[in-house]
Design a protein around this ligand. Structure first.
Ligand code: AN7
Length: 353
């Protein structure tokens, strides 16, 4: 039986906590690993979706945030701060509320955060400041503030965030009984690819897996600094979660790529939206656009012949956030409902029965 009380209890032996650590948890983690028959057929290898949208605040950030807020509480901090494209702020706001003893300050890029995420940060009572600037500028301000005032930084440059997020890799191995051959993941600030790679390595080191996956990272084409090899000053993509031009964990993401023999490629907004709609319609999994970057990426690689000769291999895609986070994008990409009178006969006719 899996431990239902969150990732710190479940993976305590792999995390920097002891008996006295005051664990702040919303019972995150233990998310489903869903075999997509549709994608398996399209790719010719087994495609699993690690559905991180089913965490308490609807994204993978909760794995890192339970650790970051727990350690902040242990240290006696009374305030935390983050820059965010949305999900980090939603998670930080919820876990500080849960802590019962901390305030949360959030800086977001005005006009470029999905509606659901903004609602979350506000309802959990964070102090939200929207700057006329992008995520990278917001993060620079947060670094300055947290360097100079008694406020804890909870972006993924906080090492406890990475510690928590590495448990995603543990769960994958526990469920498959082994590490997969490939792991696909969207890349924004590059914390999560770093965390998964750390997790896979630690699990192999502990004898809980015998191999390591190739890490396949995907950035949005308009926000692809790692692919281009230089910062992007004005990143643009409909996948606002990964609209980041100068990732904090850039070097660590490159290390994950190179040590694993993997790659980091770009996918266009069009490819992201196509994968987004395909996942929802053909697998029944509704994710936010940034999450679909990992699926868009593997479809692109398949097309390029990258997986030739890997017929029985397994690939895990981390789908990082729930589709309900960004309802506006969904509505913009579907056909509007038919409006009709409440008339049985007409409705049966419209359906074509
Ligand atoms: C759904 O919330 O950076 O490469 O400030 O929300 O670890 O940054 C979000 C990132 C992928 C990229 N998918 O992960 C933030 C933030 C979703 C995300 C990423 C994010 P990283």
């Amino acid at each position: 039986m899996l431990n239902p009380r969150g990732i710190i209890e479940r993976y305590r032996d792999f995390l920097p906590v002891d008996d006295k650590t005051p664990i702040v948890t919303l019972h995150e983690g233990n998310t489903p690993l869903i075999l997509s028959e549709d994608l398996t057929q399209r790719l010719g290898l087994k495609v699993y979706l690690k559905y991180e949208g089913l965490n308490p605040t609807g994204s993978f950030k909760d794995r890192g945030m339970t650790m970051a807020i727990t350690k902040a509480k242990e240290k006696g901090c009374t305030a935390v701060m983050c820059a965010s494209t949305g999900n980090t702020s939603a998670s930080a706001a919820a876990y500080t509320a849960r802590s019962g003893s901390m305030r949360c300050f959030v800086i977001i890029p005005e006009g470029n955060i999905a509606l659901g995420k903004l609602a979350q940060a506000m309802i959990h009572n964070a102090k939200v400041i929207a700057i006329k600037g992008n995520f990278d500028e917001a993060l620079n301000i947060v670094r300055e503030v947290t360097d100079n005032y008694p406020v804890e930084l909870v972006n993924s440059i906080n090492p406890f965030r990475i510690e928590g997020q590495k448990t995603g890799a543990f769960e994958v191995c526990d469920e498959l009984g082994e590490a997969p051959e490939f792991h696909a993941i969207p890349v924004g600030n590059a914390g999560n690819i770093t965390a998964y790679w750390k997790g896979y390595n630690e699990y192999k080191g502990a004898g809980k897996a015998t191999q390591l996956p190739k890490m396949l990272g995907f950035q949005a084409a308009g926000a692809a600094p790692i692919v281009l090899g230089k910062p992007v000053e004005n990143p643009e993509t409909i996948a606002t979660a990964i609209r980041i031009g100068n990732p904090a964990s850039w070097k660590l993401a490159e290390a994950a790529r190179d040590e694993s023999g993997g790659l980091i490629h770009a996918v266009t907004d069009e490819q992201i939206l196509e994968a987004y709609k395909l996942l929802a319609a053909s697998t029944g999994v509704f994710v936010e656009p940034a999450s679909a970057a990992s699926v868009a990426g593997i479809l692109k690689l398949k097309h390029e012949g990258y997986f030739d000769g890997h017929k029985d291999a397994r690939i895990v895609c981390t789908v990082t956030g729930h589709g309900l986070k960004d309802p506006n994008i969904a509505i913009k990409n579907v056909i509007e409902p038919v409006v009709m009178e409440a008339d049985l006969k007409a409705i049966v006719q419209e359906i074509g029965l």
